[in-house]
Design a protein around this ligand. Structure first.
Ligand SMILES: C[S@@+](CC[C@H](N)C(=O)[O-])C[C@H]1O[C@@H](n2cnc3c(N)ncnc32)[C@H](O)[C@@H]1O
Length: 349
């Protein structure tokens, strides 16, 4: 006879013996955060994560992309994807502080077998925004030279399209003035701007565009330039000549991650967020000690950067292998432990 199971709110009764459901625990933790393995919808609906409702200053995430072909992490397509992603928006919103933000990064997608682009990523962002009654604070574009020239048939073979090299990033919030400070993300002044500030005069007057530039319009030293909403990671200058053949040069931390995955036979996450993107939004939209959540964390770029910037963080990832690999990004000692546990080679080997 099969076991008789009764499920109540709190406990499962199996053949009369009451068993408490297991409380999810982080797969690994640091002094500032922890990464959980599992489905974010489920984990965010149960204790202990429900304790963080109303506490998260920033949800920064790149959800699985709506690809028309299946990737390893099993993407949905079409309307099913729209319903899936937008269905999570109200739950995510419950986690935000009163002036919190959600930042979603989504790549482009193409129609299967045709040299035309899918509008699904844009529809998905809109459906997410509307499902949780959010405001679109600003749209960003993130240049990503690491993207391979795809779709190869249209770009490389038939030469009728150019490389798709950006992701779309939507900054959303339940309020029109979420916490934000662009002084935290100013970039270094260009040489010409520095010269201008030094000279103290400017070619004032009317421009063909119809704008009138006052004598002092651009002469205030704000400590750096206010960045535009097109994000071009600074290391791209070096990577650009290699754009044809090579992905962007990885940072040393990224090298350590890949090294650790190889040594442990773990898959290297194929769609890692650029660290500079995470850095930009975390610095722009949060302060030290604020909480940052990534519900589709992959290799945990968000948590890694949050840790480095002294924010607190929670990350969730479905795939156990990706979680196992991500651990080294916030626990660099793991790489040494692996090295130490490997038998050393004889001196002449
Ligand atoms: C685009 S990747 C995120 C990459 C990540 N930003 C990084 O830097 O590595 C999306 C991730 O979402 C995970 N995922 C898919 N469905 C999920 C779910 N229901 N809950 C949690 N994670 C999920 C996938 O396994 C995948 O690793």
């Amino acid at each position: 006879m099969g076991a008789e199971t009764h499920v109540t709110d709190q406990a499962i009764t199996l053949n009369g013996v009451e068993e408490q459901p297991e409380t999810p625990e982080p797969a690994f933790e640091t002094n500032r955060g922890g990464m959980y393995q599992g489905e974010c919808q489920s984990l965010l609906s149960q204790y202990p994560l429900t304790e963080y409702k109303g506490q998260i200053q920033l949800i920064l995430t790149s959800p699985p992309f709506p690809l028309n072909r299946k990737k390893k992490y099993g993407n949905l397509t079409g309307d099913a994807y729209l319903r899936w992603l937008s269905g999570m928006a109200p739950l995510f919103r419950e986690y935000l502080t009163a002036d919190g933000s959600i930042v979603l990064e989504l790549g482009n997608a193409w129609e299967p077998g045709k040299p035309t682009m899918s509008t699904l990523p844009m529809k998905a962002l809109l459906a997410f925004l509307e499902a949780a009654d959010l405001h679109l604070c600003q749209e960003f574009v993130c240049f990503n030279p690491a993207r391979l020239p795809t779709p190869a048939q249209w770009v490389n073979v038939e030469r009728i399209r150019v490389k798709d090299a950006f992701t779309r990033v939507w900054w959303m919030s339940p309020v029109v003035r979420p916490k934000a400070n662009n002084k935290n993300v100013v970039t270094e002044y260009s040489k010409s701007m520095l010269d201008l500030l030094k000279k103290g005069t400017y070619n004032a007057g009317s421009r063909p565009s119809g704008h009138h530039i006052g004598a002092k319009s651009f002469l205030t030293d704000n400590g750096g330039s206010i960045p535009p909403n097109v994000l071009i990671p600074p290391q791209d200058e070096e990577a650009l000549p290699l754009f044809e053949v090579l992905p962007i040069a990885n940072t040393r931390a990224n090298d350590a991650y890949q090294q650790y995955c190889r040594k442990n036979n773990l898959p290297i996450h194929p769609a890692r967020m650029q660290e500079k993107l995470a850095e930009f939004f975390i610095e722009f939209l949060t302060e030290e000690e604020d909480w940052v959540l990534d519900p589709f964390a992959g290799s945990n770029t968000t948590g890694t950067v949050a840790q480095r910037l002294a924010r607190r963080w929670i990350s969730i990832e479905l795939d156990k292998d990706y979680v196992d690999g991500a651990a080294v990004r916030v626990q660099p000692d793991l790489n040494q432990e692996v090295a130490a546990s490997r038998p050393s080679l004889p001196p002449d080997a």
